[in-house]
Design a binder for this molecule. Structure first.
Ligand code: MN
Length: 704
C-alpha cells in the first residue's frame, strides 16, 4: 500500500526495492506521529527526520540506519513507544532509535576542556552501535543548517556544544565532510563578524588563485602522464574554520594562510601512491621534514594518505595528499564506510581490513556470524568497552571501569568517602551500593560518620583502588580486634597458673617478643586471637621469664563474650547461639574464634582438644542483636502470616527472612523465620506470644 514516491529518488540508487518499501512505511509512520508539530522555521516537523536520513543516505548507510533516522525523534516528541517500534520495524531499528533518544537526555554543562573530552567519550560509550552516533551527528548537522530560525541565546549554546563536542566526535570517527560543515556552521553562529570577514576574503582570494591553481594542476597532470600513471588531480579548498584555526595556532595573517595551495591526487593502488610521490618530488622540490606516510602508519581514525609539501613555482608552498580511491572513501566517510550498503562491496578489501584492525584494537568489534548479511545485522561497536562515564553531583565526569559499583565510585572520589559510604543515589534514586554504574548516570554517595567498610564489598568492587583500601581497612581492624581477643585469651591462660597480665612489666614483655620472634606485642596478641599461636604456650613462656609460675595448671574463669568483638569472634551458622545458650569457643588457626552452642554436633570432634576449645561465657552487658531461626506449624488459612509477623514486631524483634511451605489444599502450613533477638529470654517471650495465636499449632527453635 505504501509507495516510495515521497522519498528522495537517489536512495533507490543503492537500496533494494524492498528496503525502499520499508523506508516509505517508516516515513508515513513518522509523518503521522509528528503530525501537527512544526519546526522553528515553520515547516512540518517531518522535514527534519527526512533530511537527517538523507544526510546518511549520502554516506550510503544501510536501510536500518535510515529507518531509525526517519524515526529518531518519535520516542522523544510523540507518544510512540520502543515496543511499538520493535513490533513494526524490528529490534535493531528500535535499539538505534532508543540509543539516539538516550543521547538527547544528557546535557553538557561545564566549560573545562578536560571535561569536554570525557563528555565526548561518554556520548560515544553510550552509543554502543556507532550508527547511533552517526544518526546523532546527522541530526545535529541538520539542526545546525537550520539554526538561523532558532532564538539567538539558544543558537549560541547549541553552536558552542557542536564546536566543543560533536565536531570533534565527527573528526574522531573520520567523517571529514560532516566535521568541516559542523565546524564552519558553529563558527558562523558563534563569531558572525569574523566569519563574514573571512568568508569574503576567501571568495575574493579564490579569483586570484584560480590561475595559479590551474597552472600547477596542469604541470602535475602532465608529469604523472609522462610517467605512465592514471590519476585524478583535484585542487583543495580550505574551509573557513580551519583557516581561522591555523591563523590562531600559527599566528599567521590571512594572506599567509591562504598562500598555501592544496592538491589531492587519487591513484589506482598503493604502489602508485609512492610512484606518484617520486614523480612529484622530481617536479618540485619537497620541503624537508614535511613528508608523512599515513599509508604505512594510518591515523587513529583509520585515515590513510601520503602527505608532502613542495616548493611551488610561485614561491608558495603546495600541500599534497596522495591516496587511492579506497583511502579516499574512508577519508570522506570515515567509520561510516563500514556501514556502506552491503551490496556495494560485501567483502572487505585490504585497506578496510587494516582500518578494521585499528577499529578492533580501539573499539573492539564484536562480530557475530560470518556472512555479509549477518555482518551488518550483528556488527556492534562498543567504542569504550572497558569504561563507563558518570557524573558527580557537581557535574564533573568520572571515568570508571565497566562493572564499577557505587563503592568503586565512592573510593574514586575520596578514600574517606569510600570508608564511610552507606548508600548511593543514582539519578536521584536510592539504590544498593553494589549497583553497577551505567554511562550517563548521576551518582551521589551517602556517608555516615560511624560507617565502616564491609567485607562483603570485596565480592563486587572492580577497581584495584577500592579493593586495596577495603583490604587495608579490614586488615587493620581485624588485627586490632584479634589483638583484643588475644589479650583476653592470654589473660585467661595466665589465670590457670594463678597469674595475670598485670603481673608482668615492660622488660618481660620485650624479652617475650624477642623470644617468640613476633614483630610487636600487638602482633603477638593478634596471633593468639587468630589461633596462630596457642595462648597456653605463650603464657608458659611468659611465666618462665619471671618467677610467678607454680608450674601447675588449674581451671580458671571463662573468657567473656560480648558480641562486639567484631571479626575476631564469629557466631557459628550451624547452631546460631544467642545469649543465654551455653556456649563454647573454638579457635580455628588463622581465622580467630567461632562461638558454638554446647550441644552443637559440629564441635563434637574438636571438643577434647584443649588447644582449640576455650571456655567462654556470655558477658551480662551484651547489647547486640543475634539471628535465630524458628519453625512454626499453623493452620493453612488466610492472614496467618500477617498475624505472626505482627506479633513478632509487637515483641520488638525484626524478621530477617521468611519461607512458607504449603500447598493449596494442605491443611497445615510450615513457616520458617529468621529473627533478630537479644537473648534467650527475648526469644522465649516471642515464642510464647506466637503460641497464643489460635491458628498456630507447633513452634520450635531450629538449628541447621
Ligand atoms: Mn532530531
Amino acid at each position: 500500500m505504501s509507495d516510495a514516491a515521497t522519498l528522495p529518488e537517489e536512495w533507490s540508487g543503492y537500496l533494494k526495492p524492498e528496503d525502499m518499501e520499508r523506508l516509505a512505511t517508516a516515513y508515513q509512520f513518522s509523518e503521522a506521529a509528528h503530525s501537527g508539530q512544526f519546526r522553528a522555521s515553520g515547516e512540518p516537523y517531518i522535514s527534519h527526520p527526512l533530511e537527517v536520513a538523507n544526510i546518511l543516505a549520502k554516506l550510503h548507510l544501510d536501510s536500518q540506519a535510515l529507518t531509525a533516522a526517519l524515526l529518531h525523534d518519535v520516542m522523544e516528541d510523540t507518544s510512540v513507544t520502543k515496543a511499538e517500534i520493535t513490533r513494526k520495524f524490528g529490534k535493531s531499528v528500535a535499539e538505534l532509535v532508543d540509543g539516539v533518544s538516550k543521547l538527547d537526555h544528557i546535557e553538557f554543562e561545564t566549560r573545562e576542556a578536560a571535561q569536554a573530552e570525557n563528555f565526548r567519550k561518554m556520548l560515544l560509550a553510550m552509543s554502543r552501535d556507532v550508527r547511533v552516533m552517526l544518526i546523532k551527528l546527522a541530526d545535529r548537522l541538520h539542526n545546525m543548517r537550520t539554526l538561523g530560525a532558532v532564538p539567538a541565546a539558544k543558537r549560541k549554546r547549541i553552536a558552542r556544544e557542536t564546536l566543543e563536542i560533536y565536531a570533534p566526535i565527527a573528526n574522531r570517527l573520520g567523517l571529514n565532510n560532516i566535521f568541516q560543515e559542523l565546524e564552519d556552521l558553529s563558527f558562523s553562529f558563534l563569531y558572525p563578524a569574523r566569519n563574514r570577514v573571512l568568508t569574503k576574503a576567501l571568495v575574493a582570494a579564490r579569483g586570484h588563485r584560480r590561475e595559479v591553481v590551474g597552472k600547477v594542476r596542469d604541470a602535475i597532470t602532465e608529469r604523472l602522464k609522462q610517467d605512465g600513471m592514471e590519476a585524478a588531480v583535484q585542487g583543495r579548498e580550505k574551509h573557513v574554520h580551519s583557516i581561522y584555526r591555523k591563523m590562531i595556532e600559527k599566528r599567521l595573517q590571512f594572506a599567509k594562510v591562504l598562500d598555501v595551495f592544496g592538491f589531492r591526487i587519487i591513484v589506482k593502488d598503493t604502489p602508485a601512491c609512492y610512484l606518484a610521490l617520486g614523480a612529484l618530488h622530481g617536479l618540485y622540490k619537497p620541503i624537508p621534514g614535511s613528508f608523512k606516510d599515513y599509508i604505512a602508519i594510518p591515523k587513529e581514525n583509520g585515515y590513510q594518505s601520503l602527505h608532502t609539501t613542495l616548493f611551488g613555482p610561485f614561491g608558495s608552498p603546495i600541500e599534497m595528499q596522495i591516496r587511492t580511491q579506497e583511502m579516499h572513501k574512508i577519508a570522506e566517510a570515515g567509520v561510516a564506510s563500514h556501514w556502506l550498503y552491503k551490496n556495494s562491496g560485501a567483502s572487505l578489501n585490504e585497506l578496510q581490513k587494516k582500518t578494521h584492525q585499528w577499529l578492533q584494537s580501539l573499539l573492539q568489534v564484536q562480530l557475530d556470524g560470518g556472512d555479509s548479511v549477518a555482518f551488518l545485522e550483528h556488527l556492534k561497536i562498543d567504542l569504550f568497552p572497558d569504561a563507563v562515564y558518570v557524573f558527580t553531583p557537581k557535574g564533573k565526569i568520572l571515568s570508571q571501569p565497566r562493572g564499577a559499583t557505587g563503592v568503586d565510585f565512592a573510593y574514586a572520589v575520596h578514600t574517606d568517602i569510600g570508608n564511610r559510604c552507606v548508600a548511593v543515589k543514582i539519578n536521584d534514586e536510592l539504590v544498593p551500593l553494589r549497583t553497577e554504574l551505567r554511562n550517563g548516570d548521576r551518582v551521589e554517595i551517602i556517608t555516615a560518620s560511624h560507617a565502616k567498610p564491609n567485607p562483603q564489598w570485596l565480592n563486587y568492587v572492580v577497581t584495584a583502588n577500592a579493593r586495596a583500601h577495603i583490604r587495608h581497612f579490614l586488615k587493620t581492624m581485624q588485627s586490632q580486634e584479634s589483638a583484643q581477643l588475644g589479650e583476653r585469651l592470654l589473660n585467661q591462660a595466665l589465670g590457670t597458673f594463678k597469674s595475670s597480665l598485670a603481673q608482668f612489666k615492660e622488660p618481660q614483655w620485650k624479652k617475650l617478643i624477642k623470644d617468640t620472634g613476633a614483630k610487636s606485642l600487638e602482633d603477638l596478641l593478634s596471633d593468639i586471637g587468630l589461633g596462630k599461636r596457642l595462648s597456653v604456650v605463650v603464657a608458659r613462656r611468659l611465666l618462665s621469664l619471671g618467677d610467678a609460675s607454680t608450674g601447675e595448671r588449674k581451671a580458671s574463669g571463662p573468657v567473656m563474650i560480648r558480641g562486639s568483638e567484631g571479626m575476631a569472634v564469629q557466631f557459628a551458622h550451624c547452631c546460631t547461639p544467642i545469649p543465654g545458650d551455653p556456649i563454647i569457643g573454638l579457635i580455628n588457626k588463622g581465622q580467630g574464634m567461632a562461638i558454638h552452642t554446647h550441644d552443637c554436633p559440629v564441635i563434637a570432634k574438636s571438643r577434647s582438644d584443649p588447644d582449640k576449645v576455650f571456655d567462654v561465657e556470655w558477658s551480662p552487658d551484651t547489647k547486640k542483636l543475634f539471628s535465630v531461626s524458628i519453625r512454626l506449624v499453623a493452620m493453612n488459612q488466610r492472614g496467618v502470616l500477617a498475624k505472626v509477623a505482627a506479633e513478632i514486631a509487637e515483641a520488638n524483634s525484626n524478621i530477617d527472612n521468611v519461607a512458607v511451605d504449603s500447598g493449596d489444599g494442605d491443611q497445615y502450613a510450615t513457616l520458617r523465620f529468621t529473627l533478630q533477638v537479644s537473648n534467650r529470654l527475648h526469644l522465649a517471650q516471642i515464642m510464647r506470644a506466637l503460641r497464643r495465636i489460635p491458628a498456630v499449632i507447633r513452634i520450635t527453635r531450629t538449628k541447621n
